[in-house]
Write a protein that binds this ligand. Structure first.
Ligand code: 3SK
Length: 520
């Protein structure tokens, strides 16, 4: 169990503590050619914190933080936390309609926004019911009644005492990215934020001050917030931010910032492999010691290819926005079996239960994953979802897993993605993993399509590789590749080729959209 004093403030633990303990000159943030030390970061946080206080932001108030992966995003979140208010980071691709819903639902009173991302806030402006103050970073000639970030932080004091937050006070609000419908607000406390670093990061990654965390998950994604804010800063290490991530900029950033722990999602690992074959011959990636992946299950194929080309192992993990970070993973010291996600992260307990009765299921039997630990699911304004998602202290993130005899947990599918065909339970991702290995396949999603006799049939929606010509011979070949490897009833009876798969902004395939098309 992880214990914290009653009064604790995450921003102080992540930044001020290092300055007080003599690590003020350590680099906290690498951004382009800029290096920001812990002392400099502390000063920026204090100045912005004072500005927020002067604008009337009060403890508990929600403050929208809308940035690309830039230092001001970290400054804004930590300044908000330091004064006891609650940052609400917003994904950059959200449009005015979605922002209006989220900002009104969260009853946010202030926003700190990067000027490139201001348009949608401006478009939403007249419908924002509670938002009183908007601070804009960088824009020259500010419109409306917006405040200038730069002017504010130049005019305020560099000294700020932390607000005496209780460990159970809210420290971060995130909205789920919504693979399955309308997004929901989730709350995380100061204690829970620190606990993600003191469980998953401490035991699975074991960071030291010399580590440089980097990669492409957006900071408003719980996964990115942990990997690129909480974890590096908890351990006095540094974070490397990249604004417009592409396979090339990521490889360049590994070389330029000396990234040691590379955090990403399976799609990006696959793009790095396919767009930059022999990447390590062109870029110096010798600083890397470990990869981290989440968001979607990582296939053994990708794990092996990265290991072979880059000489690092990837820790695949499962987490959720509601649980704040990863709760099942291997540790970097484990013998990693890439066909499984791993073990419960130290501090968490996991069970496999019958989705209908809630009874425990024996090892080897797939069922719903139930998890209990220092983080948990807390929805804002959604008592209906709260009752559905938490049963007697056990959170139910909605994933089907099996616990193997060796104790490892193996991912099967989202509960919603389990295909039931002629009475057989078929996890879509298991079929995807086989198809993905075929040279003709660039991306694939497997769903259940309604069928009169069988209830559902397995359908694969495939983005083919550029140079491949699609014909009935290819369909046979793909179907046979599944029949040869898995129980034959799992093969995709239908295959559709498309240009692109629908994805959330965090890169998750929206199978719900594909399923909806099947109903039409
Ligand atoms: O999608 C995931 O696996 C994840 C991991 C860590 C934190 C948040 C999420 C959604």
């Amino acid at each position: 169990e992880v214990h914290y004093p009653e009064t604790i403030n995450a921003a102080t633990e992540l930044v001020d503590r290092h300055v007080t303990e003599g690590r003020g000159d350590n680099v906290a943030i690498h951004f382009k050619s800029e290096k920001i030390t812990y002392s400099e970061l502390q000063e920026q946080i204090n100045r912005l914190g004072n500005a927020l206080l002067e604008l009337g932001v009060e403890p508990g108030d929600r403050v929208v933080v809308r940035f690309t992966n830039r230092p001001e995003a970290i400054v804004s979140c930590l300044a908000t936390q330091k004064i006891g208010a609650v940052p609400l980071p917003s994904m950059k691709l959200l449009r005015a309609k979605e922002l209006t819903y989220i900002i009104n639902d969260a009853e946010a009173t202030a926003a700190v926004v990067y000027d490139d991302l201001l348009d949608e806030i401006e478009a939403a402006h007249d419908d924002l019911e509670t938002l009183e103050e908007i601070i804009v970073a960088e824009r020259n000639g500010i419109g409306h009644d917006f405040h200038s970030y730069n002017d504010l932080i130049n005019d305020t004091s560099p000294e700020l005492s932390r607000h005496e937050t209780h460990r159970g006070d809210p420290a971060l609000m995130l909205y789920t990215s919504g693979t399955t419908g309308k997004s929901k607000g989730t709350f995380h406390t100061h204690r829970q934020l620190l606990a993600t670093a003191d469980t998953y990061a401490r035991y699975c990654i074991e960071p030291t001050e010399d580590d440089v965390f980097g990669g492409n998950p957006p900071l408003p994604f719980a996964y990115g917030y942990g990997d690129l804010v909480t974890f590096p800063l908890r351990f006095g290490a540094s974070t490397s931010l990249v604004e417009n991530a592409s396979p090339q900029t990521l490889l360049e950033t590994i070389e330029n910032h000396g990234i040691t722990v590379f955090c990403s999602i399976p799609t990006a690992y696959n793009q790095i492999l396919s767009k930059h074959p022999n990447g390590p011959e062109k870029y110096d990636v010798s600083s890397l010691r470990l990869g981290v992946s989440a968001g979607e299950p990582l296939t053994p194929h990708t794990f092996e290819q990265i290991k072979q080309e880059y000489g690092i192992e990837i820790l695949d993990g499962i987490g959720t926005t509601e649980m704040l970070h990863i709760f099942v993973s291997h540790r970097h010291t484990d013998e990693i079996d890439p066909t499984a996600t791993g073990f419960p992260v130290p501090g968490y307990e996991c069970r496999i239960v019958d989705p209908d009765t809630g009874e425990d299921l024996p090892r080897g039997t797939p069922g719903l994953l139930a998890v209990r630990g220092p983080t948990g699911m807390t929805y804002w304004n959604r008592p209906d979802k709260q009752t559905e998602a938490v049963d007697d202290g056990w959170s139910l993130p909605g994933d089907i897993f099996v616990q193997r005899e060796d104790g490892r947990f193996e991912y099967k599918s989202r509960h919603d993605d389990l295909i039931i065909s002629s009475g057989y339970n078929i996890p879509g991702p298991e079929v995807e993993a086989i198809l993905e290995e075929h040279e003709a396949v660039s991306e694939v999603a497997v769903i259940g399509s309604p069928h009169e006799q069988r209830g559902q049939i397995v359908k694969a929606v495939i983005v083919p590789n550029d140079e491949i010509s699609v014909d009935s011979g290819l369909i046979d070949e793909l179907q046979n590749s599944v029949k040869k490897t898995l129980a034959p009833y799992k093969y995709p009876r239908e295959i559709e080729f498309v240009d692109k798969l629908p994805r959330t902004e965090t890169g998750k395939i929206q199978r719900i959209k594909l399923r909806e098309q099947e109903q039409d």
